[in-house]
Write a protein that binds this ligand. Structure first.
Ligand code: ADP
Length: 533
């Protein structure tokens, strides 16, 4: 007896067999019918669908024998799956050295004749077993019987493939079902969060259409929530708020960052402060979370008023101290010993710093109280940029930074010239402060949005991470607290910039990323331009 060698692609074949999910499964009528037909047509007592496993052959369907399986070493089918001709026929096993002393030949079931058609599946046509017909007397199949065996084997393979596709569909359905359940759970969690949150909420599409809303208890901003769905925010919010809303919506979707908007509304005749936090909730929609911040604002205003009063009270004596120190330093009251002179100089520079802070605080206070008088007239961008660069030249030289005034062929803006220079000075002094020695700071102008001109200050400093972009314009916000120690500064400069620019009806912004420098910009309405909302 010769034991059949493994198939040349044995592992892949075994994998295909496992993938068919047939081994050790209960009988199935379709396969039973096939072996019954094979037995009738070929006129043989035994017919099998035999699957050749690693060490055994297992019968998926059988007629004429009782056993479910046998060892692979004695299996005729183990030879048949190696046959490339499409069918292995053995007319008399006693004359074939592979089978002459096979126990199935020398004993039950006394095999003489064997005809097996390999069952090949998959793109690689790997034989996982056979459909075989067995007789106890020597013989051959007629051409019709041979043809019928091939046809029956094709039926078996087709049925296996249909079963596999059906299993794949069921698995896919299960997966879709699981994904749908997970999504429902996630949506339910989200809804629970929205409901539990006392804030109001508006979900708005990129084009400004209201997609969903949740009304806060006081109904501020949404007095008529029933009629908001599907309408443009301009049709449901007060005009000024709608304009700011659309602006923030655009910025949020463009940057992907969170943007906030603070407004004051009258609710039942009382002023109420609201904070709207915009966050993108999809590629073409954003959520605006509306929170009542009236109490916080009251506290902040009281604190600001207190700081302003203190600052105001401090300004006169500190100015007088600076004057006196200056007189001492310049020898107006007689020469001072060198050591004393040095101390006077240190005191005078620190007093000047203190005075700058006091002035910043008072400026901000005036701005937030709307008491800053702006004298608006057409201002040449090129001129203000040159003046600002000139006034900061000393600081730039000391820091080893070059300030370059670039292209600024823009239309005049309608602004208070002194205030624009103050804004540019604040941005320039930051840019210089944060630039490495030898670097360049650029001043430029370009067309802005809605008929405005954009003035830009670009540095090659450390840059600012996106999560700080909105907050750097808040009072006292410093990206790194050590900045104030190492570079000086109070965290008020950018808050002043923002207030002055907004007082002009303009907007401020920042393009920056860590390691890529910062471009701070502000836009002012062009003189004579019809400023769109
Ligand atoms: P400060 O007086 O601290 O400079 P600002 O309001 O002008 O206050 O700036 C706030 C913070 O923003 C700074 O402390 C710094 O962390 C960051 N910042 C401002 N300008 C720049 C810049 N050009 N490069 C990097 N960081 C900057």
């Amino acid at each position: 007896m010769i034991v059949a060698p493994p198939h040349p692609r044995e592992e892949a074949r075994l994998h295909a067999l496992a993938d068919a999910q047939l081994l050790d499964t209960p009988p199935e009528a379709m396969f039973d019918d096939v072996v019954r037909l094979a037995s009738y047509i070929c006129e043989v007592p035994i017919a099998l669908i035999s699957l050749v496993d690693r060490d055994r052959q297992w019968f998926k369907a059988r007629v004429g024998i009782d056993a479910d399986e046998s060892s692979r070493d004695v299996a005729f089918c183990a030879h048949a799956i190696l046959d490339d001709s499409g069918m292995m026929q053995v007319e008399d096993a006693r004359d074939d050295p592979r089978f002459a002393d096979n126990p199935f030949v020398t004993g039950e079931p006394w095999v003489r004749f064997y005809a097996g058609v390999p069952l090949t599946i998959g793109d690689d046509d790997l034989p996982i077993g056979t459909l075989c017909a067995i007789d106890r007397k020597p013989r051959r199949l007629t051409p019709e019987q041979t043809e019928a065996m091939h046809a029956l084997a094709r039926q078996v393979v087709r049925n296996l493939e249909i079963g596999k596709a059906a299993r794949r569909t069921v698995a896919l359905n299960d997966e879709l079902q699981r994904a749908a359940t997970a999504q429902q759970a996630s949506e339910a969690r989200l809804r629970a969060l929205v409901v539990a949150n006392p804030d109001g909420m508006l979900r708005v599409a990129r084009d400004g259409t209201v997609l969903d809303r949740k009304v806060a208890r006081d109904r501020a901003i949404m007095p008529d929530p029933q009629h908001m769905l599907g309408r443009h925010v301009a049709d449901c919010l007060p005009p000024r708020l709608a304009r700011l809303f659309v602006q923030q919506l655009e910025r949020t979707l463009a940057s992907g960052a969170v943007h906030t908007l603070e407004i004051q509304e009258l609710v039942d005749g009382q002023p109420c402060d609201k904070e709207l936090r915009f966050v993108a909730s999809g590629p073409d929609e954003a959520l605006a979370l509306i929170r009542d911040v009236t109490e916080r604002k009251l506290g902040e205003r009281a604190k600001d008023a207190f700081i302003a009063t203190v600052s105001h009270e401090l300004r006169t004596p500190v100015t007088s101290i600076r004057g006196s120190l200056s007189l001492l330093e310049h020898g107006m009251v007689g020469p001072l010993p060198e050591e004393a002179l040095e101390m006077v100089r240190i005191s005078r520079t620190n007093t000047e710093r203190l005075l700058l802070v006091i002035n910043d605080i008072l400026d901000l206070e005036k701005l937030s109280a709307g008491q800053l008088d702006l004298s608006l007239r057409p201002v040449e961008p090129a001129r203000v940029m040159k003046t600002a660069a000139e006034s900061i030249r000393g600081m730039a030289a000391q820091a080893g930074v070059e300030v370059v005034v670039g292209d600024c062929a823009g239309a005049p803006v309608l602004a208070d010239e002194a205030r624009v220079i103050q804004v540019l000075n604040n941005l320039l002094s930051n840019a210089i402060k944060f630039s490495p020695r030898g670097a360049r700071v650029d001043l430029s102008a370009e067309p802005g949005a809605c008929g405005r001109l954009r003035l830009c200050v670009t540095d090659r400093g450390p840059g600012i991470a996106p999560e700080h972009h909105a907050r750097v314009f808040e009072r006292f916000h410093q990206v790194d607290a050590s900045d104030s120690r190492e570079r000086g500064g109070t965290g008020l400069g950018l808050a002043i910039v923002k207030s002055i620019v907004e007082e002009h009806g303009g907007v401020v912004g920042l393009d920056s990323a860590p390691g890529r420098g910062s471009k701070f910009w502000f836009e002012l309405p062009c003189a004579g331009a019809a400023v769109k909302p």
